[in-house]
Design a protein around this ligand. Structure first.
Ligand code: SRM
Ligand code: SF4
Length: 562
């Protein structure tokens, strides 16, 4: 292997198709951790080694190793699961995790606080419920998103099936997962990875399928996107997008968030070939030296969109047609009750920061378990960390409504801005966090809501997203207001997303503490309240009013402030 490539490439190449010495590392009773190489390989199996950052200093002072545990992220295409599966997910979270389930911004769930000895039993338990965690993390295609679409169930079923098929098609073929966790027979003879090859991808790869007019999956922030083009409930095909991504590094102008470009329209029969061609083009052209520059967005910037499109057409054996016109209205969720065309009902519940647990205020874990015990349809986790109870018959509505109300799951008691807003996990589990997000966000929102009320704009939904670092896990760079962790208690403030996920928010102020964030928002809300036009969103206002200039070409102008 080229000596210049990133060390992760060597780890993958030596891993014998993702086996490494994971089995021995997990069995080692002397430490709660894995060997460093296995900690990289474990990600492809869906779990991350973490340590409780709240306890780090104290344990260091007492000469103890960090308090290691694991986060496991499942694969759940389109976020869809049955009530029986939800009951299993719920029970496993209580018995083998830290008592909570975390719904993620990629429509799946995570368990935190898993002890090393509980990894295998946990994977076996979710496997018994027909759920796996293959490719939950790692340099492969991740969980495939699909618009939750509460109104059009027939179209959702068709499009969801495509998201499931893409997920299966791009799944690593190695039997390592089955061997290590499910006691599968070791593979006789050699193995191969027909799509990925022995070193997989240069970096993570993300795919989403959107159903207009709702961009609830933030399709433009994915490496690969499919936008469903339908006539009523009939799926005609997809506009294909490539090259989106959020992750940046503070003050490193060679990194930037980017929205995906349109490659063109295809009929459904070409979906798998095109997905594979985009992925293998990135496999072969992506940067394997610098992981910071290894996502598809940088590959496209480097080789040019036309060359990239041409390569994909050649590999897939298709010619893209001109993309069809598409209009998105929102990138949030539609809360409350919605009637589907077939007469059944969907109820979208609000889950604050996606954290499902029982605490003194709310008993979400219990509430959702009780709903799953009576529900006959399915559940859909949304890419905004909420949950749709889908396919409810007329006569089942009162019971589900009562359970949701009893356990604090209904959205109607929250402000529009709170419902539109999300935060990433951050402290204490995320090793990358520079500042708080999930734990602090609700308290900050209380104060932001007071400001909005004072300026008479409380009925307006403003998309506010917070992350603990510039990796962008809650997609703050397409929010109307993005707060991005810079250091303890400090955030960069970004402004100017368009409320539908189609415009990058520009950096407006750096390194603000809470007081400065609130003072700045106070001034901006005042200007918005007095100067906005009818139905003008906050994000559009800050651009029109010249508070920030729109980001038009992030590779060139993202790092220019205001
Ligand atoms: Fe993320 C890394 C959590 C969605 C960009 N992300 C991490 C890690 C694993 C930290 C780490 O490297 O060890 C975080 C684990 C925290 C924890 O304790 O749980 C983490 N990311 C999350 C979740 C749970 C946030 C949430 O609050 O829901 C989301 C899980 C998604 C899933 O189910 O698969 C999550 N991460 C995202 C998204 C949003 C999306 O995909 O729509 C992004 C931005 C889109 C993108 O990828 O560009 C995102 N996460 C990152 C990055 C930056 C990647 C980059 O290109 O620079 C990292 C760091 C990395 O990969 O090196 C990262
Ligand atoms: Fe962690 Fe940063 Fe992602 Fe938040 S944005 S979960 S702090 S990696």
């Amino acid at each position: 292997m080229d000596s210049e490539v990133n060390p992760n490439e060597g780890i993958k190449a030596r891993s014998r198709f993702l086996r490494g010495t994971l089995q021995a590392s997990v069995a080692d009773p002397l430490t709660g951790a894995l060997s460093p190489d296995d900690a990289q390989i474990s990600k492809f199996h869906g779990f991350y080694e973490q340590d409780d950052r709240d306890l780090r200093r104290d344990r260091q002072a007492r000469f103890l190793e960090p308090h290691y545990s694991f986060m496991l992220r499942a694969r759940l295409p389109g976020g869809v699961c049955s009530p029986t599966q939800w009951l299993a997910i719920n029970a496993v979270g209580r018995e083998l995790g830290n008592g909570s389930i975390r719904l993620t911004t990629r429509q799946t769930f995570q368990y935190h606080g898993i002890l090393k000895r509980n990894l295998k039993p946990l994977i076996q338990r979710i496997n018994a419920a027909m759920i796996d965690s293959i490719g939950g993390c790692g340099d492969v295609n991740r969980n495939v998103l699909c618009g939750a679409n509460p109104e059009q169930s027939a179209l959702h079923a068709t499009v969801h099936d495509w998201s499931r098929r893409i997920s299966e098609h791009l799944l690593p073929q190695t039997r390592a997962y089955h061997e290590i966790w499910l006691d599968g027979e070791p593979v006789a003879g050699g193995e191969s990875e027909p799509v990925y090859g022995a070193t997989y991808l240069p970096r993570k790869f993300k795919t989403a399928v959107a159903i207009p007019p709702h961009n609830d999956v933030d399709v433009y922030t994915n490496d690969l996107g499919f936008v469903a083009i339908a006539d009523g409930d009939e799926l005609l095909g997809f506009n294909v997008l490539a090259g989106g991504g959020m992750g940046t590094t503070h003050d490193d102008t060679s990194t930037f968030p980017r929205l995906a470009d349109e490659l063109g329209f295809i009929e459904p029969r070409h979906v798998l070939a095109v997905a594979e061609a985009v992925l293998t083009t990135q496999r072969d052209f992506g940067n394997r030296v610098s992981r910071r520059h290894a996502r598809l967005k940088y590959t496209i910037e480097r080789i040019g969109l036309d060359n990239f499109r041409h390569e994909v057409e050649k590999r897939a054996g298709v010619t893209f047609e001109a993309p069809r016109a598409v209009k998105f209205r929102t990138h949030g969720d539609r809360f409350g009750w919605h009637r589907n065309r077939d007469g059944s009902w969907h109820l979208t519940l609000y889950i604050e920061n996606g954290r499902v647990q029982d605490d003194t205020n709310n008993r979400l874990m219990t509430g959702l378990r009780e709903i799953a015990q009576v529900h006959r349809g399915d559940f859909r986790i949304t890419a905004n960390q909420n949950l749709v109870v889908a396919g409810i018959a007329d006569h089942e509505r009162p019971a589900i409504e009562a359970l949701a109300a009893e356990h604090g799951l209904l959205a109607d008691r929250h402000s529009p801005t709170r419902l539109a807003s999300i935060a990433c996990v951050a402290l204490p589990t995320c090793p990358q966090a520079m500042a708080e997000a999930e734990r602090y966000f609700p308290a900050l929102l209380d104060k932001v809501e007071k400001l909005a009320t004072r300026h008479g704009i409380a009925r307006q939904a403003i998309v506010l997203r917070m992350t603990g670092c510039p990796n962008g896990c809650a997609r703050p760079f397409v929010a109307e207001i993005g707060l991005v962790g810079k250091g303890p208690g400090r955030y960069n403030l970004h402004l100017g997303g368009d409320g539908t996920g189609r415009r990058i928010a520009r950096l407006y102020r750096k390194n603000l503490d809470e007081g400065a964030v609130l003072d700045t928002l106070d001034e901006l809300f005042g200007r918005y309240a007095s100067g906005s036009q009818t139905n003008e969103s906050f994000g559009d206002f800050v651009i029109r009013d010249g508070i920030v200039a729109a980001v038009t070409n992030p590779a060139e102008d993202y790092h220019e402030t205001t």
